[in-house]
Structures are given as C-alpha cells and as structure tokens.
Design a protein around this ligand. Sequence first.
Ligand code: F6P
Length: 349
Amino acid sequence: MMRRIGVLTSGGDAPGMNYAVMSVAKAARYYGMSLIGIKRGYNGTLCRSHNIADDMVELDLDTILDIADQPGTYLRTARCLDFLKPEMRAHAVNNIHEMGVEGIVVIGGDGSYHGAMELCALGIPCVGIPGTIDNDLAYTENTLGFDTAVNSCVEDIRAIRATSRSHDRPGVVEVMGRHCGDIALRAAASTGAEICLVPEVPWSIQEVADRLCRLIDGGNPRATVVVAEGAWDSMQPTDWQHYLMEQGARAHDDSAISTEYLAKVLKYKCKAEARPTVLGYTQRGRQPSAYDSWFAFEAGNLAVNLLRNGIGNQVIGIKDGRVYYMPIQMALQQKREFNLSLYNMINSL
Ligand code: F6P
C-alpha cells in the first residue's frame, strides 16, 4: 500500500485540471496517503529551484478545495524538453524516491503521457488523466477541458453571429486545435455555422469562397466560417498563391496566411464585408463546465485507487459515457477517427 503519491499537470493548461487535483487530494486523504504537488509539469521532478517548495510541495486539501473550480492550474504547467534526456529522467527518478513519492498522477496530453510511460519504465507507477482542450486522444470520448473549451467558443460565436446578423456580413472565427479539428467541429455544429475548416480535411479557398458566395446569393449574407487553428496545414496551396499574386503580394510569404487573410480573400472574392476574430486563449481559461468537473472528479478518484492497488502504466478516459482505464501504450496506439459525417453536414446543409 502506497503512503505518498504525487500529482502534476503538464502541457497546455485545461479547464478541470484543478478539479482533478482536488479529487486526487480528497481520495488520497480518504485512503490515508499524503500528496505531493509537483510544480510546472515534469520540471518539478528535476528539483532545480532554489526553494524545494517551488518544485515539490505537500498539498494541503483545504487550499485545493478553495481553488478546485478555478480555471488554469494551481500547480502550474510547462513543457519540459529536458525530460527527453535519459540522464535527466534518471535524475528525476532519484528526486522522486528522495521525496518518498511512490506513484504519480499525470494530468496532461499525449506528450505528458510519453513522459509518464518513461517514468513507469524506470519503476515509478504513473496513471494519466487526459487534460487537454484539444480532444486529440483517440482512446477517450472526451479529454478533460474539451467540453469547457467548446462551450467557451459557442458563447463567443453566438455573440459574433449576433453582430454579423445586425450588419448582414459574414464572420470568420478561428478556434484552437493545432492538429485536431474537434473544437471547431463541435463549436460549428453547436452554433449553426455554415462552414467549418479543420486540419483533418483538405480544403481550398476557392471552395470556401464558392460556398460563401452561394450562401450570400441564396439570401444568407451573414454566414459564419469556423476555422481550426491548424486548418492552414490542410489548405490546398494553389488558390492562396494565385490570390497573393493577384494582389501583388509575395507568394511565398507564409505569414500572410491567417484568419485575417482568409477574411480578406472572402471579402474580395464574394464582395462581402467579412470580419475576422481569433478567439485564442480564452478557450483555455474558463471555469470548468459541469461535464468536465464530473469527469475530473471521477478520474482523480480512479487514479488514486489504481495507484493504491499497485496498478500503474494506465490512463483514464471515457467510453460509452463511463469513466474507464487502459494501458498507456495501448491508448497511445489508437487511431483517432474524425467525424466526417458531421463535418459534411455542416459544410453542405
Ligand atoms: O492546449 C492545447 C492548445 O491549446 C492547442 O490547441 C494550441 O495549439 C496550443 O495548446 C497552444 O499552446 P501554447 O501557445 O500554450 O504553447
């Protein structure tokens, strides 16, 4: 039976991380284990601060209860490139042993899961909770923070549609998701947006302009285009090069490709006053939704139960609406399936 465990948050912060830490703290207290908060992701395990409390500190349940439903992460987060070096990981393992930490709950995305797998291989049992707004982990129906991020986008896109409607002009809205279009897809479907662009499906400016022009001609001058931040990667290059040349701009200037740029092209091609908005980090900084809080609560409790039963090398997710766990490696090998039929529905109806 473990007497002391650790918890860390790593990668981009996600709404619900604090709630998950609270749940871990409650379960640890219930089972008579002490809990060490590891600061700034895996950086804390390297103990490089002047004051050890900036790296690893015993967590006080009352403090955690006070901030449980706050956005961001109380433990702080960071990406830790040094953790890719075997000698640094060996150093981390020594520090973890020295602190008497016998297992770790890792809250983060797939990069954090790779770190957890390495620690497991070095004898530190870890259990992962999928904390990332992107929803880019195939083994779970939802990642922690995704629902809140989508709700944040929905609130903002509704506001943008209200002003677009008032002026009868289109809106182009960029949401987060560097490699995964799920936030864009769900937010577009939930707001009645007419066009959705994602990194998973190739698209061209010509097609987007054609659809927008058809919408305008058909009596809808206020359509919304929702663009995932990573959608530029799946854009077919010929159209924008052609347009930039028409405008006398440098065709190889990649910095010109942006939401503002897309709005400009649509303005030019469809003769419509399209307006761009980049929603940005507000999506990460919201208070967790009820759904994310529920997931964080069950996941934190399950993580502690697994560790106290000596089961490491696992990640927690949602399947058929229920919280479950599976081996990290198996989870990372699963292939994501993009919801193409929803995508087609949005872009054709
Ligand atoms: O947390 C995931 C995410 O928000 C991605 O959607 C985005 O591309 C990335 O993080 C941005 O991270 P940062 O700017 O904090 O490095």
